[in-house]
Design a protein around this ligand. Structure first.
Ligand code: ATP
Length: 451
């Protein structure tokens, strides 16, 4: 990794801690390797990313509905889905330092004793690769017996397949239609890392789109394009995104085509989201194993078939990290370094900062009044009266607040405020009475600078 990129990641991790996006988990007890908690701004960022995904995938469409399914399901689910037998990464152990690494990701890992080297290059001998199951096991009930073994779900998709018939019979939908879910998944990752890019618990956003088998390819192409478009619409740099089709040898056991949407992270290209054509593998396997017929009878064509499934699957935390990295910028302004997060206003944790120019002449009271009004209109606001106005702008730039409203002498006399834009740093005068509408319009019309 070039030094500058390493530094960029370090800067982002430190900004996240300093400004309350992401904290190391269990920090006062020394942490718990690569596990993180989200602070006041981080939780808002996650909420906005989740909502943007849900709005686009469910709310704005008439062919997709949502579910929220249990994390712990009948353990048979994971045997039938192939996760008990096959959900494993090939692992090697270093005989010298006793650490375990993913055999297919040695180039991404560092020797814990000599971080400038990859495992195996430090003189330590590596074992032959062995399969390691990634599912977290637990027990149901008071007795830890093998009969009571259960698993924390490693993906949300299976909960959707299990409810295929329930959704079909309780809604008016017929294929093609989709069922979406956002929720926590758990994987006992051996090499978590790169901050929140890979963690052992994370939130997934998945959608299973059920189609007649003959239409699977067309819908795969449609969702591939739609998911790419979503990232562009939320402002990610087009040149740092690419679609990578899997080679036949890479495909998961259930898939006949998969494309990864990859992003160029400071640590290299990595998967941001996967779009998989899952054939009828899951519905067919669950039909066979449960004895419940999960096929669909089309009353118009009088045909019965097991739908094929197209699945866009992404991680909310990984998306939020990607938006953070992509938004990060540094520039010199009047001899100072300005750090700015150029978030799309829809996902910025704070939409508008509200400041009195000075702490007198009724300005704080007026600013608080305006802030309260914007709050009531459900805009995310932040009131600040400390320090010089320039410093207050910079503090909001650093957390990605797209607009700052300043109450000054003219507000008191003529009812107009100054709105300062984060990206251009330009200021415009807006009537207080028109402020909410102006802000909403600006959020809707935002374009990536230079894009
Ligand atoms: P990888 O090859 O990176 O382990 P995967 O191909 O197993 O990932 P999927 O099973 O396709 O990942 O999961 C869908 C999405 O969930 C990924 O694109 C990613 O955004 C997210 N995701 C998967 N594993 C993790 C993790 N350990 N931490 C954070 N997000 C994850």
């Amino acid at each position: 990794m070039p030094a500058t990129d390493l530094q960029l990641m370090e800067k982002i991790v430190s900004l996240c801690k300093r400004r309350g996006f992401v904290f190391p988990a269990s920090e006062i007890y020394g942490g718990i390797g690569n596990t993180y908690d989200y602070g006041p701004l981080g939780v808002e960022l996650l909420r906005r990313v989740r909502e943007a995904w849900w709005n686009r995938t469910v709310v704005e469409r008439d062919d997709v509905v949502g579910v929220d399914t249990a994390i712990i399901q009948n353990p048979r689910v994971w045997e039938v889905s192939g996760h008990v037998g096959g959900f494993s990464d090939p692992m090697v152990d270093c005989k010298k330092c006793k650490q375990r690494f993913r055999a297919d990701k040695l180039q991404d890992a560092r020797c814990p004793e000599r971080p400038s080297k990859h495992p195996g290059e430090c003189g330590g001998e590596l074992t032959e690769p062995r399969a390691f199951n990634l599912m977290f096991r637990t027990h149901i009930g008071p007795v830890e017996s093998s009969a009571a073994v259960a698993y924390l779900r490693p993906e949300t998709a299976q909960g959707i397949f299990l409810n295929f018939l329930n959704v079909l019979s309780s809604s008016r939908l017929k294929p093609p239609f989709g069922v979406a879910q956002i929720g926590k998944s758990f994987r006992n990752e051996i090499t978590p890392g790169n901050f929140v890019f890979r963690t052992r618990e994370f939130e997934q956003a998945e959608m299973e789109y059920f189609v007649p088998p003959a239409d699977a390819r067309r819908w795969f192409d449609t969702w591939r394009a739609e998911r790419h478009r979503w990232y562009l619409d939320l402002g990610l740099a087009p040149e740092r995104l690419r679609l990578r089709d899997h080679e036949a040898s890479e495909l998961a056991h259930y898939s006949d085509a998969t494309t990864d949407i990859e992003y160029e992270y400071p640590f290299g290209w990595g998967e941001l989201e996967g779009i998989a054509s899952r054939t009828d593998f899951d519905l067919r396997r669950h039909s066979e194993a449960s004895g419940v017929d999960l096929s669909y009878f089309d009353p118009e064509t009088r045909e019965r078939y097991v739908p094929y499934v197209i699945e866009p699957a992404g991680g909310i935390n990984r998306m939020a990290l990607t938006f953070l990295i992509d938004a990060y910028g540094e520039e010199t302004v009047e001899g100072d370094t300005r750090v700015v997060l150029r978030f799309h206003p829809e996902i910025a944790p704070i939409t508008v900062g509200v400041f009195p120019l000075v702490k007198k002449e009724g300005m704080p009271e007026k600013a608080r009044e305006i802030e309260a009004e914007l709050r009531r209109a459900r805009l995310a606001t932040f009131y600040d009266e400390k320090a010089a106005i320039g410093r207050r702008y910079r503090r909001q730039d650093e957390v990605g607040t797209p607009y700052c409203v300043t109450v000054d002498g003219e507000t008191m006399k003529e009812g107009v405020v100054t709105v300062r834009e984060r990206d251009s740093m330009q200021q415009v005068r807006v009537k207080v009475a028109e402020l909410e509408g102006w802000l909403r319009e600006a959020v809707r019309g935002w374009r990536r600078p230079g894009g």
